[in-house]
Structures are given as structure tokens and as C-alpha cells.
Design a protein around this ligand. Structure first.
Ligand code: FRU
Length: 478
């Protein structure tokens, strides 16, 4: 599988995730819309395939889903929970936008007979994301090779008018893909202000600074027809390499901007070693997103795991005074193999710090030289840098020059929190309430079962706390 598609929350509280899915192979191709549902975005039930390509040469490419509560489309005279999917039909010679409707809350779809609903005669025009703006529908869609996001409007999801373009912003890469336009809550000093702010997200592939595919985002204003970026900055969603084609859920509360991303990279996704187990690719954790201002560089979109308590279980380790200490947490008896960790830091301003305080995490397995490391530097010329190092995981990467293995990010202010989730083949790390996040796949030879935490070189008046929890498996009851 690859991109998440049509993510939405239905009126009964069920989360729906569709995704790019090849039912006949473990590499991308023969694209269908797979479908899974969940009460909490962690425990998933696989559902039958939702959308099929009309011929074997075509693909149902990425898109989005809306609930047409007011029957603007005319498909739903007798219900308020009608669902419409808007997606790209990719053929060997064209890409145009199609719609399909569902009477049963998104489990089965009927393809609209009047398709395509938007066709500009291009073969590089894809990934429509539709939202509701006050009194009309708005679509953002990528003119992939023209580095342009088109904004279209509609009253009925069937007829679309061109409203404006956003052209040539940020990093181009070789393609613009999977745009999203969303309002996210504004935070100040770690707290929601009650205000919302618009953000345009554009995925690029290849051409990420780290190599391959990445999403970039632009805070801005939107008047229902035209998007204007707030500043000239280009910001990327993740400092590692496995976070792409992020999609926001339709139907969430106004003050909750929930997203999920494909946790992989087009540079190596089709070669990763899990194929021997009959699967390839995972999604990121569900994320709650917010926008905040950080020192000097301004806008930053932060993200944290959404509703992690749905799986958080036993506390394995806690220390409220973890200054200049280290601890090894043995989690070999955690059946899911997954952990959630959180550390908090209170240090003097960086100009008053002498030496180089560090916080380090090392995941390892007894008797194996494989390890995954991550950390943060609190002093010296690299103060404010967070990093992930997957170079010593020998199950994949040694022969692949594109499986970049070390990543870092710099903030001006020192981080006050570092948290994250490690699962069998993925680390998601959140620095300073997720103002910066790193999503990184790794493939150890042996399953990791030890976590070493270290806080060294800390000044005497530093305060550091750490906590580690076991996460429940999410497939246990299926
Ligand atoms: C992004 C992407 C989309 C396209 C889909 C095809 O990863 O290339 O632009 O719709 O994947 O699977």
C-alpha cells in the first residue's frame, strides 16, 4: 500500500481510512482503494476493497472523501450520512477527477455515470482533496509537473469551477502531489488559543532535502477561493525520511486537525524486506496537528500522536529526577514489541550552559550488534539539535545508497519535551510537543527488546523526567 486516501470520521464515531492498495502484488501498481475502519485510529478492521479500477490498465489514484449531509449532490434524497469519494482515475494516457457515492457510510460505492467531473486533458493532474468552506465545496488538486496546485469550487461535487492557482512555491522536487488544505488549531506556549489557521500541504517526490518523498506545508490565509501564504518560508513536515502524502480527516471537530501519513519513501519502498512476511508499508501514527510560533523561524506545524491512551498500558519505567543517569528498560515481555516514551526537560537558557548535555535513546537486542539510536543535544555549538541514527540496523540498507541512515533537525529554543513511539520497524519521535517530528523505518536483524535512556552532562540545576509505557498490540482481538 501507499498513500492514505479519503480519510473521514462518520457520524457514528467510526474512523474510515482508504489507501492506495495493490491487491495482486507487494509493490505499487494496479491501484485500488483499500479500506479499513477503527473506533480509535489504532484498532483497525480490514474492510472489502472500496474502489476498483475499470480496466486492468487503469488505477484508482489518490483522493478524498466527504460526507454530503445536505445532499448537495442530489445522490442522497433520503439520508444525511451520504458519502462521496473524489479521486483521480489514472489511465495510460490521462488523469482526471472522478466521483463515486455511497449509501452505506463508505463501505460500498457506486461510480457516478457522469464522470469525469473534472478533466483538463492532462496526464499529470491528480490527488483531489475536497473540503467544505462555509457555503461551497473546495478542491485542491495537483498539476503535478507544473508545480501548481489548482483550487476549484463546486456546489454539488459534480461541476467544478476553477477559482485560482498556487504556483511555484516551496520545494519543487520533480512532482507536486497530494495537496491538502486544512484549518488547524493555533497554539501559544503549548496551549490551544481557540483560534484556527489555514495550512496548505504539498507533497513532493522525488526531491526532498533528505532524498525522495516528503511533505511541505505553508501557513496562510484562505477566503474560500484563493490561498495566500503567510510568509516566504518552506517548511517540511518531518526531519527523517518516512512520512509522505499526509491526509487530513474530514468530519472531525473544528478544533481537531487529525492526519495520517504513509510511513515510507518512494526511493526504497518497493525493496523493503517485509515482503517475505506478505506485507509492505505501514501508515504513521494518527497525528493531532497544530500551528505555533517558534523562536526566530516563526510558524511551525506540530504534531503528536492522536489519542495514544487507546493503546497505552503498563508503565515500565519512571524517574522524576533523571539528571546524569542512565537506565536500561528490558521490554522483552511486551508482546506487541511497542513502547511509548516521554521525557521532560527544564534547563537554563542555552547561553548559560557550559559543556554538552545530551539525552540519548538506544534500542537494542541482547547478543546482537544492531541498534537504533536517537537523541537531543542541549549545549555547545549543536545545541537544539535532535537526531535519529538507523545506520546500525542490518536487516535492510547496507547495499541501498538511498536508504539514508542519519537525520537531524535544529530548533533555536531548547526542547522541553521529547516523546515517541517505537514499534517493530518504525520510530516516530516528537521534539518539543511535536513542533519537530521524525518518522523513520528501520529493519533490525533481531527484534529489539532493550531501551537504554541516558541524560548526561546535565547542569546541576537541570530537571529531567522520563517515563516509558508498554503499548498494547492492536491486532490482538482480530
Ligand atoms: C503519491 C502518488 C499520488 C498518486 C498515488 C498513486 O505517492 O504518486 O500522486 O495518486 O501515489 O498510487
Amino acid at each position: 500500500m501507499n498513500d492514505p486516501n479519503g480519510c473521514f470520521l462518520d457520524g457514528n464515531g467510526t474512523w474510515h481510512l482508504y489507501y492506495q492498495y495493490n491487491p495482486t502484488g507487494l509493490t505499487a501498481g494496479n491501484q485500488h482503494w483499500g479500506h479499513a475502519t477503527s473506533p480509535d485510529l489504532y484498532h483497525w478492521t480490514n474492510q472489502p476493497i472500496a474502489l476498483f479500477p475499470p480496466t486492468p490498465d487503469d488505477g484508482v489514484f489518490s483522493g478524498s472523501v466527504v460526507v454530503d449531509a445536505n445532499n448537495t449532490s442530489g445522490f442522497f434524497p433520503d439520508q444525511t450520512d451520504g458519502v462521496v469519494a473524489i479521486y483521480t482515475l489514472h489511465t495510460p494516457t490521462s488523469e482526471s477527477q472522478y466521483i463515486a457515492y455511497s449509501y452505506d457510510s463508505g463501505y460500498t460505492f457506486t461510480v457516478y455515470e457522469g464522470n469525469p467531473v473534472l478533466d483538463i486533458g492532462s496526464d499529470q493532474f491528480r490527488d483531489p482533496k475536497v473540503i467544505w468552506y462555509e457555503d461551497h465545496w473546495v478542491m485542491v488538486v495537483a498539476y503535478a509537473t507544473e508545480f501548481t496546485i489548482g483550487i476549484f469550487t463546486s456546489n454539488d461535487l459534480k461541476t467544478w469551477d476553477h477559482a485560482s492557482n498556487v504556483t511555484d512555491i516551496g520545494l519543487f522536487g520533480l512532482l507536486y502531489e497530494c495537496p491538502n488544505l486544512v484549518q488547524v488549531p493555533l497554539w501559544e506556549n503549548g496551549k490551544a488559543t481557540g483560534e484556527l489557521h489555514w495550512v496548505l500541504i504539498i507533497s513532493i517526490n522525488p526531491g526532498a532535502p533528505q532524498g525522495g518523498s516528503i511533505s511541505q506545508y505553508f501557513p496562510g490565509t484562505f477566503d474560500g477561493y484563493k490561498f495566500t501564504p503567510s510568509d516566504g518560508g518552506t517548511r517540511i513536515s518531518d526531519f527523517a525520511k518516512d512520512n509522505y502524502a499526509e491526509q487530513f480527516f474530514f468530519g472531525t471537530k473544528a478544533d481537531e486537525a487529525v492526519s495520517i501519513a504513509w510511513a515510507s519513501n518512494w526511493q526504497y519502498t518497493n525493496n523493503l524486506p517485509t515482503a517475505s512476511e506478505g506485507w509492505r508499508s505501514v501508515m504513521s501514527l494518527p497525528r493531532m496537528n497544530y500551528l505555533t510560533k517558534v523562536e526566530r523561524t516563526g510558524w511551525e506545524m506540530g504534531s503528536l500522536p492522536y489519542g495514544i491512551d487507546a493503546v497505552r498500558s503498563r508503565e515500565l519505567s519512571y524517574d522524576g529526577d533523571f539528571v546524569n543517569k542512565s537506565v536500561i528498560v528490558d521490554y522483552s515481555n511486551v508482546t506487541s514489541g511497542a513502547l511509548y516514551f516521554e521525557a521532560t526537560f527544564s534547563l537554563p537558557p542555552v547561553k548559560n550552559i557550559t559543556g554538552v548535555p545530551t539525552f540519548n535513546l538506544t534500542f537494542s537486542a541482547p547478543g546482537s550488534s544492531d541498534k537504533l539510536r536517537a537523541g537531543y543535544i542541549f549545549g555547545g555549538s549543536n545545541a537544539g539539535i535532535g537526531w535519529i541514527d538507523r545506520r546500525n540496523t542490518s536487516g535492510y540498507g547496507g547495499d541501498d545508497p538511498l536508504f539514508t541512515d542519519r537525520f537531524s533537525v535544529a530548533g533555536v529554543a531548547l526542547a522541553k519535551t521529547i516523546s515517541g513511539v517505537i514499534d517493530r520497524t518504525i520510530l516516530e519521535m516528537f521534539i518539543d510537543d511535536g513542533a519537530f517530528s521524525g518518522t523513520s523505518l528501520f529493519f533490525p536483524q533481531d527484534k529489539f527488546s532493550n531501551l537504554t535512556l541516558e541524560a548526561q552532562g546535565m547542569p546541576d540545576d537541570a530537571k529531567v523526567t522520563i517515563a516509558v509505557w508498554e503499548l498494547n498490540g492492536v491486532w490482538d482481538n482480530q
